[in-house]
Design a protein around this ligand. Structure first.
Ligand code: F0G
Length: 462
């Protein structure tokens, strides 16, 4: 185990610190979330981010091939021989002018970071390779997570690949897109469909992990977020190490936003970047706890002294009114984000903003992402819809460099895509209308043609 890495309580009022070989998901002293912290002055830190480019020529080494572990000097908690990797993070940033035009950006200013290209089809693999590595380091026999689908798919594939621990995944019944459920089943994860939603499933799996010693792989696991920092390293790498103006990311359980800010803050402190991009976290309007707290009620991090009374009251009302998250973007259908505190800190570090977008806006943005040659699942398109809103509001200028994170692959949730495009009124009403979607402005409907050459030629001539 690394002598230079520790798990630290995020609350500056507590500041407790624990060894890397402990399995914790909250500070045992005060209950706050934990971070990984490093004794950077005792570690060989690169003098410039350009030094990582030397690793590109060493791709036959799986650790240098990995888009996560080639940056292992910036998440130095694991010995090389413990690392579990399946070639995650082969994702690059691409300019997307057509989508940029939809958002209202100048040419060459909008970039999409397509994390759907990961082995299990979502950004989760960035974090799961790190959590699986830690699980192996501590000798875990069983790992578990609650999931809206992508975390479970990712954990399941890493468990199969590592072959050292078994997996149990908790999913909300009827709350998970079939592409994702099929992955957990195929990778042989024991799958519990809880009669409830994600928030229920997460509460239960935390209780189970607390009582049974099962290794928990949700993003309360601080090692996962270390892996997710590397998404930002790759963004910087693609931009020649010059930070963009904005990072726009969908907000669900708020692990990504928390990890991104940690990445930038560390790089800044190490003198490896000279400025920190601004962060925009985009909620679905039907699952908008962060938006409500940060933008509507002014609940900020306040240098580690957040206004807990506002947050507690918000959740008390939520419980009293039995308010449940509801959005077509099922990946972010979450009302009680576990990383709320870390995300509030992230918003302070990155001078961030939070917005909410409707399911209509999400699906229209998703269709534009597809038309632009990328493709993503609904939750991912919240980033594009959010960037469009921030452009309209004048918060983002057309000349700024904006990176939207596309978190999950298009094929994760084909039902939503087909319902939008097919022109089938019944399917539309059932799947989309029930979430307030009334139109499909960018639909590309299939054409039904008789099995007859003349009719086919006639249809093509239209
Ligand atoms: N986008 C996708 C495709 C996701 O699967 C998730 C989270 C998010 C965005 C939100 O990211 O939690 O870092 O704010 N999915 C989790 C899961 C909850 O269980 O797969 P976050």
């Amino acid at each position: 185990m690394s002598d230079f890495a520790h798990q630290s309580c995020i609350s500056p009022l507590c500041g407790a610190s624990f060894a890397v070989d402990e399995t914790l998901t909250a500070c045992p002293d005060c209950g706050s979330l934990l971070d990984l912290s490093y004794d950077w002055d005792r570690l060989p830190v690169p003098k410039s981010l350009r030094e990582f480019e030397a690793r590109w020529s060493n791709r036959r080494n799986p650790l240098d091939f990995s888009g996560v572990w080639r940056f292992r000097d910036l998440l130095p908690f694991a010995p090389d021989n413990q690392i579990v990797t399946i070639g995650e993070g082969q994702t690059i940033l691409q300019t997307a002018d057509q989508v940029g035009k939809f958002i209202g950006m100048n040419s060459g200013k909008l970039f999409l970071q397509y994390e759907g290209l990961n082995p299990s089809g979502s950004f989760k693999d960035n974090g799961m390779t790190a959590a699986a590595t830690h699980a192996r380091m501590v000798g875990a026999k069983v790992a578990a997570c609650a999931s809206t689908g992508n975390t479970s798919a990712s954990l399941a594939v890493y468990a199969s690949a590592a072959g050292v621990f078994r997996v149990v995944v908790f999913v909300g019944s009827g709350k998970i897109a079939y592409g994702k459920l099929s992955q957990a089943l195929d990778y042989q994860a024991r799958t519990l469909q809880i009669l409830g939603d994600f928030d229920d499933a997460l509460a239960r799996v935390r209780e189970v992990a607390g009582q049974s010693g099962i290794y928990l792989c949700n993003s309360v696991n601080p090692f996962r977020l270390e892996g997710q920092k590397t998404i930002m390293y790759r963004v910087l790498e693609s931009l020649g190490w010059d930070p963009p103006d904005w990072i726009v990311v969908p907000g669900g359980n708020l692990g990504n936003s928390s990890a991104f800010a940690k990445a930038f803050e560390e790089l800044h402190k190490l003198g490896l970047i000279n400025r920190i991009p601004r962060l925009a976290v985009i909620n679905a309007a039907g699952a908008n706890t962060l938006y409500q707290l940060f933008e509507q009620r002014d609940a900020g991090w306040n240098a580690g002294r957040p206004d807990q009374a506002i947050i507690d009251q918000f959740y008390r009302d939520m419980t009293a009114e039995n308010r449940r998250a509801s959005t077509l973007a099922s990946a972010i259908e979450i009302n009680r984000p576990v990383n709320l505190m870390k995300c509030l800190r992230a918003l302070e570090i990155c001078d961030g903003v939070v917005r909410e977008v409707s399911d209509q806006e999400i699906l229209d943005a998703k269709a534009q992402v597809g038309a632009g040659g990328f493709g993503c699942e609904p939750a991912s398109a919240a980033s594009v819809a959010g960037a469009k809103l921030l452009r309209q509001q004048g918060v983002i200028a057309p000349s700024e460099r904006v990176v939207c994170i596309l978190t999950g692959h298009q094929l994760k949730d084909p039902d939503a895509t087909v319902a939008y495009h097919s022109g089938d009124q019944k399917k539309f009403a059932e799947k989309l209308g029930s979430h307030g979607v009334t139109s499909a402005s960018f639909a590309n409907s299939p054409v039904v043609v008789e099995n007859n050459l003349e009719r086919i030629l006639a249809a093509l001539a239209d």
